[in-house]
Design a binder for this molecule. Structure first.
Ligand code: ADP
Length: 473
């Protein structure tokens, strides 16, 4: 753990394992309540001077961290593959995406502008300033163990906030490596603190109740997000919540079904489906269904599962046994209720795959609203296809979910695509585009997918308060 500029190790530890083979790859300290308090105290003390730094000083440090991150790209990516399981190429992409936030917010820190506002009174002047919210508690998930850290920390630091980070218990080593990056960049002691815990609720409770924490930023499941949001609200804390998703993808009748199947297979099986923006309900017009399913099935069947260090493998393990059981139970429930299996549908246990939590890339067709997989977020390599016949109905079906994070559309007709873009109740919509994410673009969801946006110009607003000055002359 990294508290007030010191590395803290003398604690009981918990192990970190490689999900591809179960091997223990390290251990990290399990924080005590005193550690949580020490980290919040350090952040709170550091806040006093950090908020006085100029935007240019903060920008320079973020820029330095960006340079260090890129110089350590290969090493960070290898650590990520060992700890989280994704293929090395995907880890390299994630380190780059993670670094992008440092550069983006190094720039945005210099554009925290206030306003002058005309008054109705001749002798009055209004000005506003944007000021940092104060100490931030950040909780991050394991599926994107580096980019979810920088997506929160970079705007917080740029805004002039100090923080305490608690990474997911499955991927604390990536967080430790990022703490090293920030230390090496020269951030003052106490500005960034990292605590690791096998009992996340203990830290969550402290973040929601300690009066020195002014803002909670969380990425994780909707269930935990709702609990934390309720606790934080009771103490009037600001929150940003990036929660679950259940993205629809609609292949309209005018789209090229082969092109759509290619794109959707790429985004569906990315990170073995362990992404909140993964397409989880693929709606295909009945006229396109045969061609689409043939291409999607062929592509899914060709994907190779295994160690992320072996070139050619694109399917990594699921994070743990519980995750695998949940995916399998959704698939078995769908099959029992009449879905058809085009490929996959089982755990992979050949050779060394038996050591990890590998699930075969799966394509299901004939998925209906009665099936669990239609409603519950799927966090695995399963592509559920729903065949539809009416374009208006399909938009209503796509919106018929408690989630509102991402959606995808394939159409070659401008007005069809535009109408769908406007009708869909989701925060991020890919139109013939499977990667609508960037440090420059706002990421976030509607409904039960969360509150607030990360990245883009909006990302820094989440860490700023508006202060009004009314001057009588
Ligand atoms: P996932 O299903 O992605 O593992 P979680 O919401 O369980 O989603 O985990 C996301 C993050 O939330 C992790 O850092 C985890 O440790 C943390 N977390 C889980 N439960 C709690 C809790 N009760 N309070 C605070 N943080 C929690």
């Amino acid at each position: 753990m990294y508290i007030n500029g010191h590395w803290v190790t003398e604690r009981s530890h918990f192990p970190v394992t490689n999900p591809a083979n179960g091997e223990v790859i390290g251990e990290v300290p399990d924080c005590t309540p005193e550690d949580i308090d020490a980290a919040i105290t350090a952040a709170s003390n550091a806040q006093k001077s950090w908020k006085q730094t100029t935007a240019y000083e903060r920008s320079g440090l973020l820029y330095r961290a960006w340079e260090i991150m890129l110089s350590r790209k290969q090493e960070l990516a290898e650590l990520m593959t060992r700890e989280q399981g994704k293929p090395l190429k995907a880890s390299l992409n994630e380190v780059q995406y993670g670094a992008d936030f440092l550069l983006w917010f190094a720039e945005e820190s210099k554009r925290i502008n206030g306003q002058t506002i005309p008054s109705a009174r001749g002798n009055q002047r209004f000005i506003t300033q944007k000021v940092p919210v104060g100490v931030v508690g950040a909780i991050t998930p394991w599926n994107y163990p580096i980019s979810m850290i920088t997506r929160k920390l970079a705007p917080a630091l740029a805004a002039g906030c100090t923080l305490v980070l608690k990474p997911a218990e499955h991927t604390p080593l990536c967080a430790k490596a990022m703490a090293e990056v920030f230390e090496q960049a020269g951030f003052p002691a106490g500005v960034i603190n990292v605590i690791t815990s096998r009992d996340p609720a203990l830290v969550g409770e402290a973040f929601c109740t300690d009066p020195r924490i002014r803002k909670l930023t969380f990425t994780g499941s909707t269930a935990v997000g709702k609990q934390l949001n309720a606790r934080a609200a009771a103490n009037m804390k600001r929150v940003s919540m990036e929660l679950g998703g259940h993205a629809p993808a609609i292949v309209f009748p005018d789209a090229d079904p082969v092109h759509a199947a290619k794109g959707l297979s790429l985004v569906k099986f990315l990170n073995t489906g362990q992404a909140c923006i993964s397409p989880n309900r693929i709606f295909v017009h009945k006229d396109q269904a045969e061609a689409f399913l043939a291409e999607l099935t062929a592509r899914a069947a060709r994907l190779k599962a295994g160690s992320g260090f072996e070139a050619g493998n694109s399917i990594g393990p699921l994070i743990n046994e519980a995750a695998l059981q949940k995916v399998d139970s959704q698939v078995q429930d769908a099959l029992a209720k009449g879905a058809t299996l085009h490929t996959g549908g089982q755990r992979l246990t050949d050779g060394e795959l038996a050591e990890g939590c590998f699930y075969a890339p799966t394509v299901l067709a004939g998925v209906t609203p009665e099936m669990k997989i239609y409603r519950e977020e799927t966090f695995g390599p399963v592509a559920p296809v729903v065949i539809y016949s009416d374009d208006d109905d399909v938009l209503a079906m796509a919106n018929d979910t408690e989630y509102g994070l991402a959606a995808y559309i394939y159409s070659n007709d401008l007005s069809t695509a535009f109408k769908a873009f406007e009708a869909l109740e989701f925060g991020i919509i890919g139109i013939n585009d499977i990667n609508p994410t960037s440090a420059a673009a706002p990421f976030g969801g509607m409904k039960n997918s969360g509150l607030g946006r990360e990245g883009a110009q909006e990302g820094i607003e989440e860490y700023l308060e508006t202060k009004l000055g009314g001057f009588a002359l």
